[in-house]
Structure formats: C-alpha cells, structure tokens
Ligand binder design. Structure first.
Ligand SMILES: Nc1ncnc2c1ncn2[C@@H]1O[C@H](COP(=O)(O)OP(=O)(O)OP(=O)(O)O)[C@@H](O)[C@H]1O
Ligand SMILES: [Mg+2]
Length: 394
C-alpha cells in the first residue's frame, strides 16, 4: 500500500533533497542535528539517508532508555551503545552475529557478544572493557567511569578495521538530558571525544525542538557550535498534493483535485496525517470531505495527540487549548490572564516542539491536527479532547 500510518519509512516521498544534503554532510564528517516536530518524518529521513549512504552505521533512539517520569536507564544505554557498535564491528570483520536469545535487554546482548569479541576481534583492551562493564553491571555498580572509554569504541574500531567512515545516529537525542542524573557531564564528555574522531560522523535528531535547540546551540552548552542544524519542514503544498495524487492513483481510487486541496488545507504538509487521510480513503471508500470531518475523532488521531498532550503541565495545556480556540495562533496577551502561567506554559510548549514563535511575538501551534483535535473536543462539549485538557499535574 502507498499509504502507511505509524512506523517510519525507509523510502520517504519528496525528501530527496534533505536526504542528499544529509548524506553529503555525514560523508564529510560533519556532525548534524536534524530537528523537527513530531510526525514530520525525521526518522524516515534518517533511515533513508543511512541506507542510501552505503556507510556502516549504528542507529538507536534515546527514548528507549527513559524509564518512567524522567528516569533514565544509564546501564541499558551504555550496554546498547557498546553492543550495537561492537556488533557492527563484528559484521564489518565478516561475522554475522546471531543472538541466541530474543531479548530486549542490551545487557544480555552484550553478554552474548563477548564470546564473539574474544574469538574474532583479537582486541584484548576491548574485551577487557566489556568484561568490566558486565562485571560491574552484575554487581549493580555505577558505570559512569567506563563511559569515557565506551565513547572511544567507534573510532577504535574504525581505525583497526580500516573503515574510512562510519555513522553513529542517535534519534530523540534530547532524552539524554535525563542521563545527567547518572552522569552530569555526559554531553561534555561526548563532545570532547566526538570532536577528535576522524572516522566517525555523528547524527542526532529530536522532536522536542526547543529542548534540542537548547542542547546544541546554547552558548553555555557543551555542544555549542558543534552540530550543523537541519530543520525538517512539512511538505510544501506541491509535494503534499503530489503525494496524495500519486497515492490515490496507485490505489486506484478517484479523488478530485478539489478534494485533494481540501485535505492539504486541513493537515498542511504533515506526512503522517496525509498518510492517515490516504489510508482512510482507501479503506473506508468515503469522500475526503467526510473523512476530514471525522478525522479529529479518529482513534489514531486521538491516541497520538492524547499521548503527546498527557506529558504537558497544566499551564502548558491551558495555553495550548487557548491557542487552539484562537485558530492555532496568538499573542501572549491573548493566552490567559496570569502572565506567569502563560509564560511557563508557552515555554514548555516551545521546548517540546508543539509551538513555534513567529515574527512580532506571535505563537503558533505547529501541527494543525492538534488545533482540529482540541477544537473538536470543545465543539462536542465533554468529549475527550476537552476533558483531558482539564488536566492533572504532569
Ligand atoms: N516523506 C514521507 N513520505 C511518506 N510517508 C512519510 C514521509 N515522512 C514520514 N512519513 C510517515 O509519517 C509518519 C511519521 O514519520 P516518522 O516516524 O519518520 O516521523 P518522525 O518525525 O520521526 O516522528 P516522531 O517524532 O514521532 O518520531 C510515519 O508513518 C512515516 O511512514
Ligand atoms: Mg522519529
């Protein structure tokens, strides 16, 4: 099927320029941060770039290691780093390593890998490091001292195996902020190692736009002037139109130009929502007009947006709700009576990437579906949208 909702795609439509640019940068050793709001297609661009680059790479998401409210599983993160990088090295050395146990635990994977490392890599200092990590992890000891050496691994492997360039890609990078509880200097250590590694390119990305920007461009931050920032924008009108048109042609359903325009008006160029509209048109065989009308009440939309909004504080929720009633745009003074609450709310919304500041002090909800969803909730009086925004702390 042309339209896919949910998982990222390794063959994203209309992103050839972004992909070409990204490949060019990482091939030259330029660290890159890919920044854009939720569901805009960041991971898809990364997947496509990594596979089209033909370079060896490691990809993982820092979100995996978030335990609960802000807790970060540093032991698993470190195990994942070592396990993935080592696995790549083994495969570059010609060994396809098979984990015997299907496990989600990276520490367990690392335990299985150590044998392969000892037999095939002949790098005693690396097996010694992994032994120490395994031993300490078993005894529940902190692993922060080992992190420094773990950061060296990719470069060491590249040199030993004669790899000109490899890529380490970390998606949802902003979540590493929470690893500071285990290792306050984590970003500082990363930068101090990464900047001297001649054969490794680093690619990070994230949807908490404000948070990520703070990490990579704050003057006081360790990553200041390290990454080249690439912003992922919604499709432009033309691309959105073509994406739907081609999709409907491929699926053999008749949709008028007028309806396609209406869909693009409604969801802007957010690929996730364009896909959802497409799927519904294919499956439900209803008119686009009817589909759009019901879209804010669609189970998929509810789950996605509720899931995001749940993480916001009460003040952020109230500002977001107010912005939605204003059609998605407004000035601070229109967003509530209590200046302090409004400021706090808008600041969280910007950090998380829901809202962007435009010129002349105007704030805008980035994803039009959020606006539709919230306003729909209102129209229905007590529907889920409004109810949830009444909000608890969180
Ligand atoms: N260029 C594209 N062409 C077709 N579908 C796309 C494109 N970009 C993204 N999608 C689809 O949109 C959805 C969101 O894409 P993706 O997961 O890559 O976005 P993301 O920015 O990484 O989102 P998140 O912030 O949730 O991680 C996926 O279902 C994906 O298949
Ligand atoms: Mg993603």
């Amino acid at each position: 099927m042309w339209f896919i909702y949910g998982p990222p795609t390794s063959n994203p439509f209309g992103r050839d320029e972004e992909i070409r640019t990204l490949i060019g940068l990482v091939k030259n050793g330029q660290p890159v941060s890919l920044i854009g709001p939720r569901r805009i297609g960041k991971t898809s661009i990364i997947l496509a770039s990594l596979s089209r680059s033909s370079l060896p790479y490691v990809l993982f998401s820092a979100e995996e290691f978030i335990k609960n409210e802000r807790g970060f599983n540093f032991q698993e993160f470190l195990s994942a780093y070592v396990s993935k990088v080592t696995n790549l090295a083994l495969s570059l050395a010609g060994l396809k390593f098979q984990f015997t146990e299907k496990t989600r635990s990276y520490l367990k994977q690392l335990r299985e890998l150590i044998g392969g490392v000892k037999i095939y890599l002949n790098m005693p200092e690396i097996s010694a490091l992994i032994d120490i990590i395994l031993d300490k992890a078993e005894r529940g000891k902190e692993l922060d001292e080992e992190f420094n050496r773990v950061l060296d691994l990719p470069q060491i492997f590249a040199e030993r195996l004669g790899i000109e360039r490899l890529i380490i890609a970390i998606d949802e990078f902003q979540y590493l902020k929470y690893a500071k509880q285990s290792l306050p200097e984590i970003f500082h250590l990363m930068r101090s190692k990464w900047q001297f590694q001649r054969n490794v390119s680093y690619l990070i990305s994230g949807s908490a736009v404000g948070m990520l920007k703070e990490i990579v461009s704050g003057k006081e931050q360790p990553f200041y002037q390290f990454f080249y920032s690439m912003k992922v924008n919604p499709f432009n009108r033309e691309t959105s139109r073509n994406f739907l048109k081609k999709g409907f042609e491929t699926e053999g359903i008749n949709v008028s130009d007028h309806e396609i325009e209406a869909a693009v008006d409604y969801v802007d160029g957010f690929p996730a929502w364009l896909n959802l509209v497409g799927i519904k048109a294919v499956i439900e065989r209803r008119s686009i007009r009817q589909i759009l009308e019901d879209l804010p009440r669609d189970e998929n939309v509810i789950n996605a947006i509720e899931g995001d909004i749940r993480k916001l504080s009460p003040s952020a929720k109230s500002v977001l709700r107010k912005l939605a009633t204003l059609g998605g745009k407004g000035r601070l003074k229109d967003l509530g009576d209590d200046v302090w609450t409004v400021n706090r709310g808008i600041s969280q919304l910007t950090r998380y990437g829901y809202v962007e500041k435009e010129e002349r002090g105007i704030y805008r909800i980035v994803d039009p579906m959020v606006v539709h969803y919230l306003n729909q909730g209102y129209k229905d009086g007590g529907s889920k949208g409004a109810e949830n925004l009444a909000g608890r702390d969180g």
